[in-house]
Design a binder for this molecule. Structure first.
Ligand code: T5A
Length: 210
């Protein structure tokens, strides 16, 4: 059986951490070896890029295009040095965010030129893509309130609410267009969300390991 790349996507506070645990439990139950990744980040260089992007230096922050380039630099580093080697060694990968985040946040939220994103993506990732994506859908107001409950919001989380509405709209369009993505209503009690994630992964496994 070929190892698979499963990704978890959604706005801040959607419950991606809980989803990671649920997916892990299902894979463990089926005795499937796996690793976790997060984006941006997941290798020392990619984590350094994440910090640089999130915090800036001396009050200087990345421009929108520089942000896009840094996200793809971090992603390429992670894919080439961690994700692909893991998949080749038979380990599945559970990714906390991947390329759909860039299409939603930088494409939808920031409104960057889709041709620029697609050209860059094709140049650095080629045909590499997740096998299965769980998109946790949540109204931005609900997700941000949850994120706020955890502590102060970071620079990205402090964007205007319209940014997150545009990002969510883009996510919904991407999921609608993707045969490999499943939408989970994350605006429900955590027990219900977990049960739906578990069912979605079990359904995927029936197909993937058949
Ligand atoms: N980004 C990332 C881009 O712009 N482009 C890209 O290409 C990529 C890869 C990442 C930031 O980078 C941006 C997107 C992000 O802004 P991050 O710090 O990794 O930054 O932020 P997030 O990935 O958004 O992580 P969060 O921790 O904010 O979101 P989660 O993981 O979805 O939230 P989680 O699971 O920690 O849950 C938040 C709180 O809600 C509770 C949890 O217990 C927790 O307290 N909760 C629930 N409460 C009630 N009901 C439920 N059903 C609940 N589910 C969870």
């Amino acid at each position: 059986m070929q190892a698979k790349f499963i990704t978890i996507e959604g706005l801040e506070g959607a419950g991606k951490s809980n989803a990671q645990q649920v997916v892990s439990q299902v894979l463990q139950h089926h005795q499937i070896p796996f690793i976790h990744t997060r984006e941006p980040g997941g290798t020392p260089i990619a984590e350094a890029l994440r910090t640089l992007w999130k915090e800036g230096i001396g009050g200087e922050h990345t421009t929108d295009k520089a942000e896009l380039l840094m996200l793809y630099a971090a992603r390429t580093q992670l894919v080439e040095s961690v994700i692909q080697p893991a998949l080749e060694s038979g380990k599945w990968v559970i990714g906390d965010r991947h390329d759909m985040s860039t299409l939603a946040y930088q494409g939808g939220g920031r409104g960057l030129d889709p041709d620029l994103i697609h050209t860059l993506r094709q140049a650095v990732l080629g045909d590499f893509a997740p096998d299965f994506t769980l998109y946790l859908d949540i109204p931005p107001e609900v997700g941000l309130a949850r994120a706020k409950g955890r502590g102060a919001l970071d620079r990205i989380e402090q964007q205007h609410i319209d940014f997150f509405h545009r990002t969510r709209t883009a996510y919904l369009q991407l999921v609608e267009a993707s045969p490999n993505a499943v939408l989970i209503n994350a605006d429900q009690p955590i027990k219900q969300v977990s049960a739906e994630i578990q069912q979605a992964v079990e359904n995927y496994l029936k197909f993937a390991i058949a």
